[in-house]
Structures are given as C-alpha cells and as structure tokens.
Ligand binder design. Sequence first.
Ligand code: AMP
Length: 371
Amino acid sequence: MTDTPPFLKGSLFLISDFSALNLLSPILSALQHAGYTKPTPIQAQAIPHLQSGRDLLGIAQTGTGKTAAFALPILDRLGRRRLRSQAGHARVLILVPTRELASQIDASFAAYGARLGLSRALVFGGVNQHSQVRAMLRGVDVLVATPGRLLDLMGQGVVSLAYLEVFVLDEADRMLDMGFISDIRKVVSKLPPTRQTLLFSATMPKEISALAESLLRDPVRVEVAPTATTVERVEQKVYLVDKLHKVLLLKDVLQNQKVRQALIFTRTKHGADKLADALEASGVEVSAIHGNKSQSAREKALNGFRDGRLRVLVATDIAARGLDVPGVSHVINFDLPNEPESYVHRIGRTARAGREGMAISFCDVSERGFL
Ligand code: AMP
C-alpha cells in the first residue's frame, strides 16, 4: 500500500476485529449475525481509508471479501448521513459486468445493512424494466447496475446520477473483456465531479490503468493476492481422458460422497445443455446456466444450487462469473479453459471464505496444449 496516513500506519496491523473499525453498531451486529469474526486483509486495509473519504484502487478478485470491503464503509456513511431520497436519483452506484454479480452485491448490501432501513434498487438487462423503474421512482440510497440497462434507463430519464456521492466500478477487467468500456465512459460522463470513486479489478491491463488514472483522485492502492491464497486451499487434479469418456468419468467422480456440490464448466452453451441432460438422465439433480437461458431460468437454477436442492450446476465461464455459493466442494473443468486466468477464476468458485475445495480438470488430447 502506498501513502498510508501516519495515524493509520501502526494501526493497520491491529485491526483484527471488526469493532476496531468504528462501524455503526447495526452493521457490527449484522456482521456478527453473518458469522464474520474478523476482517479479511482487503477489508482491514481498505475500510479505514474509505471511511476517511479516499478514492481507492483495489486489485483483488472475488473470494477476498472485496464486496464487504466496499459495502461496509458505504453503508456506514449512508447510515450516518441520512438524506431524503430524490426521485430518480441514487446516492451510491455500484457498476458491475453481470446480472449474477449485481444480484449478489445487492444481497450483500441487504444483509449487512439489514438494520439500517436504507433503500436499494437493482438494474440489469434481460428482464422487463417495469419493477426497476418503479424502484427508482422515489430515488434510492444504493443502486447496483449493469451498464447497458443503466444507460437505457438514464436515457429514458428514469435514473439520474447528478447527486451521486459514491461510485464503485467492480470487476473492471471483466467489463473490458465483455466490451463495456465505452458504456462505462458514458456513465462516468454523467457523474458529478465531487464524489468518492472506487475501482476494483483482478488484473491491471493497460486500458484499466488508463481508466483508473482518469477516474480516481489520489487513490489509495490496496492489492491482495487472493489467487495464491485461494489456490493454495484448492487441491488440484488433472485427469487425462479420452474425449468420448469424459461423461462416464464425470458420473464416476460424482458418485463420490465427498462431492457435496459441484460446479462444472463447459466451453460452450450447447455443451452445457448436453452435459446437464446426460447427468439428469442418470439421476443427478442438475441444472445448467449460460447466456442463452432466460433470466428467470438462471435465477431458478442458481437459487436451487444455492439452497442445496441441486447438487450439480453446469455453467459457461461468463454465466459463472462472480458466482459465490459457499457449499461448492468441487469445481470440475469438463473442458479446459483456454486461458490461465479463466482457470484461476473458475477454481476460485470453491474454497470460498476460508473453506477447503477441490478442482478437477478433464483434459483430452486436443486440450493438452492448454494444460
Ligand atoms: P467476495 O470476495 O466479496 O466475493 O466474498 C467472498 C466470500 O467471503 C463471501 O461468501 C462473503 O460472504 C465471505 N466473507 C466476506 N468477508 C468475510 C469475513 N470478514 N469473514 C468471513 N467471511 C467473509
């Protein structure tokens, strides 16, 4: 970390307890309720700076506790400085690449802020805009949104960011990969100049550094190395297998009682459906998620997986982005990803929040090159 204010220097190492963070007591009790005993490194490092109003560049991926690292100080601020909401306006905007991540972040704000009585709205594409428009009518404290629908609603005059106090850009590198950079710039052009800005990214490609440079004012830089810590807790195995035998091998792996819940990755949407059908035919409680499924089908599958009714979820990379299901004991790469980064993201879906996990990769002859 750079330029730590002198008064924080020693204290950073003492923050082993949430009570040292000077958060409102309803927030502390929500954390206790969630079973969090101490802040993760990114939380301990970021929260004091965010409380003092600094901008932040966070180099971290999911699994590090980064959502709470920004949600807690934001809730604290909103809870201390209550303002009557203004029609169509939001005080805080969290901009994210996918609807799943948006829903998860909204759920985190709901949980940590349960006793604060703040208002929230969730805006993303692929569903009717009606309820989103209704949620924005009176204005909200916290808006979590994906770029396309947000711009759409801004264009319709339903959402205004003119009084925004805090802007969070989450998973910026994913946004770049998904082609959202120009949408982000359009959103940014509507933000008021005085605001607090937070940018989180797992990696720092050139374009994201440039974006950070243009968005952040004298930011604190907090970098955590989750890939190492997550990956250390994940036992990794590779099975070399004939392409034709992958399904059989998978059924065999799933027979093992130790596989509490498995998230299985395929390369294509069609592959995901085909695999889910094959597993279902042999009696596995399974569903598939990918970009061609309707929002309600995805939600149904995710909810079923989250509450344990489904033991297996088959997904493509994009659909599983940001997915956070604590019960996942195994991540299985039915097809090997083409890039190492994808691999790290995938296996980060297990061993969540300090648990152990296992990652198994199936590799056929044609995939040896990716290994
Ligand atoms: P995130 O990196 O925000 O996706 O969070 C990863 C997981 O860690 C989520 O399941 C959180 O609920 C959990 N988590 C976040 N902060 C803490 C904490 N201080 N103690 C225990 N679990 C946490």
